[in-house]
Design a protein. Structure first.
Length: 471
């Protein structure tokens, strides 16, 4: 999402933020209107159920205002003190709403039980109160639907809490309407029973909200999210296995890390590409996720001895070639050529060879015999210039003479360069395409030896073999 990679194109975050803020503001306005209507009607009729519902709506005003402030705070970018952003503000707002819900449910339940015990039932039926409740039911239905939709599309915990709040309001209003109907038919005591029922519903809603909020604050991974991330990462070519997935919610986003295992023989560019491919694969399902993708190089079961030797040499930045692996009646022997600066003394060169032999011994085990052959390596760039035409013609003639009747044919593209260390000769030739590489290498090396016998001034001969009959 330690290179997080470039996430795939997703929804515009600023547009989602503006939608969340607009939804919260409209929710505040609706809460104020409903609270005033229910409060006036409740005190006019003396209905405890309606007054408790108005108190619940008053709580909604505070809760939606807090939600709006929390959403604005959660949209602030990460800073020096909040490295993962401010998304937890939404969870904190939801937790405070939960506390309000429990306090309110306790107060309403106490008053309802007190009235039942005392036999108080002075509810006055009013068509105006019924109209207020009808209006509240319609408005709460619209608020619940709109907030639920925006919360689902933006992943907002605070708006999800508001939607849950308003679903409780909707049911509360329906229950209070039933209480008014019962009072009109001569059962005013139903009002106190409904108030207790409303209190129980508020408590249940608060408990559900508390569970979700505490899960977010305690960094509980959303159910199934880690498995979804793991499956996406495992499907990326080059990923040997997924070592670890850690995800946590933060303000409607998923934040965390993914550790994948890759072959240690891969070059850095390939490892970087695999990490990017993992990030892209996850972003297709979770465009809002911010996951750090880390690749751990590991030894795979199918690594060859030659790959392990080359890898060990690469770590020490020492070039090796001509690696030979032998199985000798139950034990293994490895030999190779190690290239060192030709200007070094034998003692210095031997220290380098000894260091790489020790490293390979540690990699393969003490039971493996390791032997190296020291070869000089031309270090740095040779300054030079093109040789004159006569020199080129003379060396081209020698090449042609030594390949006149042998398996090497059609010597061409001969180039000769003069350097302070001697002449460097490059040429192309054609050979039977059926020969194996080892045989062709031996033919080219033999040709180099013969040419250098005739031209002692040559430092190096580089022969490029092509299949006979190719263009």
């Amino acid at each position: 999402m330690t290179d997080p990679g470039r996430p795939a194109a997703g929804p515009d975050p600023r547009r989602a933020e503006r939608r969340k803020e607009r939804a919260a503001i409209w929710s505040i306005a609706a809460s104020v209107a409903i609270t005033l209507g229910k409060g006036i009607a409740g005190f006019a009729t003396g209905s405890l159920a309606l007054i408790s519902d108005a108190a619940h709506s008053l709580l909604d005003v505070a809760a939606t205002t807090m939600t709006w402030l929390a959403i604005r705070a959660a949209h602030k970018p990460a800073d020096e003190e909040h490295h993962y952003g401010h998304g937890k503000y939404e969870s904190l707002a939801a937790l405070i709403e939960t506390a309000f819900l429990f306090v309110l449910s306790g107060a309403v339940a106490f008053e309802g039980l007190r009235r039942l015990w005392a036999g108080e039932s002075d509810v006055v039926f009013s068509w105006a109160a019924v109209a207020v409740l009808g209006f509240a039911i319609v408005l709460d239905s619209w608020r619940w639907w709109s907030l639920k939709r925006v919360a689902r599309e933006t992943g907002s915990e605070a708006l999800e809490a508001d939607a849950l709040h308003f679903s409780a309001d909707l049911i509360n209003s329906v229950l209070v309407l039933i209480a008014f109907g019962a009072a009109a038919r001569g059962y005013p005591q139903i009002d106190a029973l409904v108030a207790v029922g409303v209190a129980m519903f508020i408590a249940v809603a608060g408990f559900r909200l508390a569970q979700r909020t505490l899960a977010a604050l305690l960094d509980t991974a959303p159910k199934g999210l880690a498995e979804q991330v793991r499956n996406r990462a495992e499907g990326v070519s080059g990923v040997a296995s997924v070592e670890r997935v850690r995800v946590r919610p933060a303000g409607g986003r998923a934040i965390g890390e993914v550790l994948v295992n890759v072959s240690r023989t891969l070059p850095l560019e390939r490892v970087a590409a695999i990490k990017q491919n993992v990030a892209d694969a996850i972003a297709r399902d979770l465009p809002d996720a911010e996951l750090t993708i880390t690749a751990d190089p590991v030894q795979l079961d199918d690594e060859t001895i030659m790959e392990r030797v080359m890898l060990t040499a690469a770590r020490l930045r020492v070039p090796v070639h001509h690696i030979t692996v032998q199985n000798l009646e139950g034990r293994m022997a490895v030999s190779f050529d190690v290239e060192v600066d030709g200007s070094l003394s034998l003692g210095q060169a031997h220290e380098i060879a000894d260091r790489i032999e020790t490293a390979i011994q540690e990699e393969l085990g003490p039971q493996v015999e390791v032997e190296s052959h020291i070869e000089p390596l031309a270090v740095g760039h040779l300054e030079g210039r093109e040789a004159d035409a006569a020199t080129v013609a003379r060396i081209a003639s020698t090449l042609a003479a030594n390949t006149a009747e042998g398996p090497i044919r059609e010597v061409h593209n001969v180039r000769v360069r003069e350097t302070p260390a001697g002449l460097v000769v490059n040429y192309h030739c054609r050979v039977d395409p059926g020969l194996n590489v080892a045989a062709v290498h031996e033919l080219v090396d033999d040709l180099e030896r013969r040419v250098r016998l005739d031209h002692a001034e040559i430092l190096r001969v580089v022969g490029h073999a092509e299949p006979l009959g190719s263009a």
